[in-house]
Design a protein around this ligand. Structure first.
Ligand SMILES: Cc1cc2nc3c(=O)[nH]c(=O)nc-3n(C[C@H](O)[C@H](O)[C@H](O)COP(=O)(O)O)c2cc1C
Length: 187
């Protein structure tokens, strides 16, 4: 691969394999600045980020636990413990929130795509700075109680929990599909 494209060779690291150090405040600022450069019809920037590290992850763990119990009061204790463990796996979580704006010109789908592009830029910037990351959702991302506890408004959706840290493992090369199976030159 061309050297200048190397940082685009992104891959995900399992959340459990992400350890300290996480990006510091300056590095996180760089990551979020990169996210904010995502393509954006109308320059609405229809998204925002919530970063969670250190002890605050325990609060998120409790919220995930409560949300899981609310969804299913008879939940299997092992599944409940797994849900509560999720925020504690990595040192830093960036919650990407789509903040949809009423616009006669720019439909919701385009705003969601901008938010998704911003989330992807978080992954790319984290990787370019030498960190590992992974974009996860699951039932907690779509849970009304989780959204309310994180302070989301009616017009907002969680589109991802991005877990970030230093990879503790070397991953095997990631298989990338054949371009020809995903590309057609239309003539
Ligand atoms: C919107 C979105 C949500 C995702 N949610 C999950 C998830 O909840 N659990 C999961 O295992 N992978 C999820 N993934 C996939 C991982 O982020 C990752 O892309 C996948 O494990 C493949 O690894 P790779 O990025 O190295 O190809 C999600 C990806 C996207 C784009």
């Amino acid at each position: 691969m061309n050297e200048s494209l190397k940082h685009l060779n992104r891959y995900s690291t399992p959340a459990k394999a992400l350890v300290e150090p996480a990006p510091d405040d300056t590095q996180l600022h760089t990551i979020l600045k990169t996210a904010l450069s995502a393509p954006d019809h109308g320059r609405l920037h229809p998204y925002r980020f919530i970063s969670i590290r250190g002890k605050a992850r325990r609060r998120l763990s409790e919220i995930f636990g409560q949300a899981t119990l609310d969804r299913d009061p008879g939940v299997d204790p092992a599944y409940l413990a797994k849900q509560k463990d999720k925020p504690l796996r990595s040192p830093l979580i960036v919650v990407v929130v789509a903040s949809l704006i009423q616009s006669p010109k720019i439909p919701e789908i385009e705003q969601m795509l901008s938010a998704g592009a911003a989330a992807h830029n978080v992954l790319l910037a984290a990787n370019a700075l030498g960190f590992g990351s992974i974009w996860l959702t699951g039932a907690n991302a779509y849970d009304a109680y989780v959204c309310s506890e994180l302070g989301l408004g009616e017009n907002e959706r969680i589109i991802g929990f991005i877990y970030i840290g230093t990879p503790a493992i070397d991953l095997p090369p990631r298989p990338i599909p054949e371009v020809s199976r995903h590309h057609l030159e239309w003539k």
